[in-house]
Design a protein around this ligand. Structure first.
Ligand code: HEC
Ligand code: HEC
Ligand code: HEC
Ligand code: HEC
Ligand code: HEC
Ligand code: HEC
Ligand code: HEC
Length: 335
C-alpha cells in the first residue's frame, strides 16, 4: 500500500520535470541543437598559389607593375569594385575555382589585352543546368522564373544572375542557415546592393533613384520589418518547388496587406520559414515544429505565451518534487 503510493506519486512529477527540461533546453533554441555547418574557411584551395598571381593586384587597393619604358616600378590604385577579398572568395560557393576557370587565361598578362573585355561570361545554367548533382536547387526552374521577373523584362540580358550573385562572394545561405537574422540580412543586402546604391542601379536603368524608405512609408516600423523579413517575401511570387522564389513582380503586385503575414496561415510559412517547416514536418508535425521554432509573428502563433506556460509548469513540477521529498522525510521520521 505504502509502496504503491510512493511509485505513483513519483512517476508523475518526474515525467513532467523531464519533459519540461527537454522542452525548455531544446525547444526554445533550435539553433543550439542544430548541427554546425562545416567550417570551410580554412580548407586551402588547390589553386591558392596560382590565384595569388591575380590577388597580387586584385586583392588590395594598390597594385604595382614594372614599366619597361621608364624602367621603373609604378604603383597605382586598384579601383574599388575590382578589388576581391581573399577571405570572402575562399568562403564563397566557388572557392575551389581558379580565377582563370571563369576568366580567360590571357588575363595573366598586364596590361590585360583589350579584347578580353568583350568576352561573355559563363552563366549559372551553362554549368549547373540539367546536372543531377545540383537537382535540389532547380536551376532550370529558377532560370525560367528569373526570365519572367521585372528585372529581366525591363533590362533584358544585361541583367544576369551574376548581378545578384556576386561571382566572387556568393554563398548559399538560407538553406544552411543557423541564424535567421543573418540570413535575412544577407539576402536583403543582395537587393540593397543596387536599391541603396544608385551608382550600381544606374548601370542598368535610366530610371530616377527609387527612395526605398519613402516607397515603404505605409509600412509601420520599417526597420523592424526589414530585419525580420526579406524583400522577396513581398516582392517575389511564391513558388512551392523553389527554396528561394526568383520571380520579382512589378511593384503593383507586391504584398501590401498586413494579414498576409500577420495571420494563422502566414505566407511566411511558405517562404521565409519554408525550409524549417518542411524539415521538421516529418519528425515533429507541422504545427508543433513551427511553434517550437524561434519564429514568432504577431497573429501567426503564440509562441511567447507557450514558452512562459512551459516555464511555469517546469517550476511547478520542481516545487512538487521538492514538496514530495520533504513530506517523505517527515513521513520516514514518524515511521
Ligand atoms: C599587375 C596587376 C594585375 C594583375 C597581376 C592582374 N590584374 Fe586584372 N586588372 C588589373 C587592372 C589595373 C585592371 C583594370 C584595368 C583593365 O581593365 O585593364 C584589371 C582588370 C581586370 C578585369 C576586368 C576587366 C573588365 O572587363 O573590366 C578582370 C576580369 C581581371 N582583371 C582579371 C584578372 C585575372 C583573372 C588575373 C590573374 C590571372 C589578373 N586580372 C591579374 C591589374 C591586374
Ligand atoms: C565562378 C566564376 C568566377 C570566378 C571563379 C572568378 N570570377 Fe571574376 N568575374 C566573374 C564574372 C561572371 C564577372 C562579371 C560580373 C558581372 O558581370 O557583374 C567577373 C568579374 C571580375 C572582375 C571585374 C570586376 C567585377 O567584379 O565586376 C574582376 C577584376 C575579376 N572578376 C577578377 C577575378 C579574380 C582575380 C578571380 C580569382 C580570385 C576571379 N575573378 C574569379 C566570374 C568569376
Ligand atoms: C564555370 C562553371 C560554373 C558556373 C558558371 C557557376 N557555377 Fe556554381 N558551381 C560550379 C562547380 C563546379 C561547383 C562545385 C564547387 C565545389 O564543389 O567546390 C559549384 C558550386 C555551386 C553551389 C554550391 C553547391 C553545393 O551543393 O555546395 C551553388 C549554390 C552554385 N554553384 C550556384 C551557382 C550560381 C547561382 C551561379 C550563377 C550565378 C553559378 N553557380 C555559376 C560551377 C559553376
Ligand atoms: C534579383 C536578385 C537575384 C537574381 C537576379 C537571381 N537570384 Fe538567385 N537568389 C537570390 C537570393 C536573394 C537568394 C537567396 C540566397 C540564400 O539565402 O541562399 C538566391 C538564391 C539562389 C540559389 C540557392 C537556392 C537554394 O535552393 O538554396 C540558387 C541556386 C540561385 N539563386 C540561382 C540563380 C540563378 C540560376 C539565377 C539566374 C537565372 C539567379 N539565381 C538570379 C537573388 C537573385
Ligand atoms: C512588407 C512588404 C514589403 C517588404 C518587406 C519590402 N517591400 Fe518593397 N514594396 C512593397 C510594396 C507593397 C510596394 C509598392 C508600394 C506602392 O506602390 O505604393 C513596394 C515597392 C518597392 C519598390 C518599387 C518602388 C517604385 O515605385 O518603383 C522597390 C524597388 C522595392 N519595393 C524594393 C524593396 C526592397 C529592396 C526591399 C528589401 C529591403 C523591400 N522592397 C521590402 C512591399 C514590401
Ligand atoms: C543589379 C542591380 C539590382 C539588384 C541586385 C536588384 N535590383 Fe531591383 N531593380 C533594379 C533596376 C535597375 C530596376 C528598375 C528596372 C526598370 O524598371 O527599369 C529595379 C526594379 C525593381 C522593382 C520595381 C519594379 C517596378 O514595377 O517598378 C522592384 C520591386 C525590385 N527591383 C525589387 C528587387 C528585389 C526584391 C531585389 C533583391 C532580391 C532586387 N530588386 C535586386 C536593379 C536591381
Ligand atoms: C511579409 C510579412 C509581413 C507583412 C506583409 C507585414 N508584416 Fe508586420 N511584421 C512581420 C514580422 C516578421 C514582424 C516581426 C515579428 C513580430 O514582432 O511579430 C512584424 C512586426 C510588426 C509590428 C511590430 C511588432 C513589435 O513587436 O513592435 C507591427 C506593428 C506590424 N508588424 C504591423 C504591420 C502592419 C500594420 C502591416 C501592414 C501594413 C504589416 N505589419 C505587414 C511581417 C509582416
Amino acid at each position: 500500500m505504502k509502496y504503491k503510493y510512493w511509485r505513483r506519486s513519483r512517476v508523475i512529477p518526474f515525467t513532467l520535470l523531464l519533459s519540461n527540461l527537454v522542452y525548455v533546453s531544446f525547444g526554445l533554441d533550435p539553433a543550439a541543437s542544430a548541427p554546425l555547418v562545416a567550417d570551410t574557411a580554412f580548407t586551402k584551395s588547390a589553386f591558392y598559389d596560382q590565384n595569388e598571381q591575380c590577388f597580387r593586384c586584385h586583392g588590395n587597393s594598390k597594385y604595382t607593375y614594372f614599366n619597361p619604358v621608364s624602367e621603373k616600378d609604378v604603383s597605382a590604385t586598384m579601383c574599388e569594385n575590382r578589388v576581391i577579398h581573399r577571405n570572402e572568395f575562399y568562403t564563397a560557393n566557388h572557392r575551389s575555382f581558379a580565377c582563370v576557370d571563369c576568366h580567360a587565361a590571357e588575363y595573366d598578362t598586364f596590361p590585360h589585352p583589350g579584347q578580353l573585355r568583350m568576352e561573355a561570361p559563363y552563366n549559372c545554367i551553362d554549368c549547373h543546368g540539367y546536372d543531377e548533382q545540383y537537382a535540389q536547387y532547380h536551376f532550370e526552374e529558377i532560370e525560367e522564373e528569373f526570365q519572367q521577373s521585372t528585372h529581366y523584362t525591363a533590362n533584358g540580358d544585361a541583367f544576369t544572375c551574376w548581378k545578384c550573385h556576386n561571382p566572387h562572394t556568393y554563398r548559399i545561405n538560407i538553406r544552411n542557415s543557423t541564424s535567421m537574422q543573418q540570413s535575412i540580412a544577407y539576402d536583403n543586402q543582395i537587393c540593397l546592393n543596387c536599391h541603396s546604391d544608385f551608382e550600381r542601379f544606374q548601370l542598368l536603368s535610366d530610371r530616377e533613384e527609387i527612395n526605398l524608405i519613402q516607397k515603404h512609408e505605409w509600412l509601420p516600423n520599417q526597420g523592424l520589418h526589414f530585419s525580420q523579413v526579406r524583400c522577396i517575401e513581398c516582392h517575389a511570387r511564391l513558388n512551392d518547388s523553389l527554396m528561394v522564389a526568383h520571380r520579382i513582380m512589378p511593384k503593383d503586385k507586391s504584398v501590401k496587406r498586413c494579414v498576409e503575414c500577420h495571420s494563422q496561415n502566414s505566407l511566411l510559412m511558405s517562404s521565409l520559414y519554408k525550409f524549417q517547416a518542411k524539415e521538421s514536418r516529418s519528425d515533429a508535425g507541422f504545427l508543433n515544429s513551427i511553434i517550437l521554432n524561434d519564429a514568432f509573428v504577431i497573429g501567426a502563433n503564440r509562441n511567447i505565451i507557450l514558452n512562459r506556460i512551459s516555464l511555469i509548469v517546469f517550476f511547478a513540477s520542481l516545487g512538487l518534487m521538492l514538496m514530495h521529498l520533504l513530506l517523505r522525510m517527515i513521513f520516514k521520521r514518524n515511521d
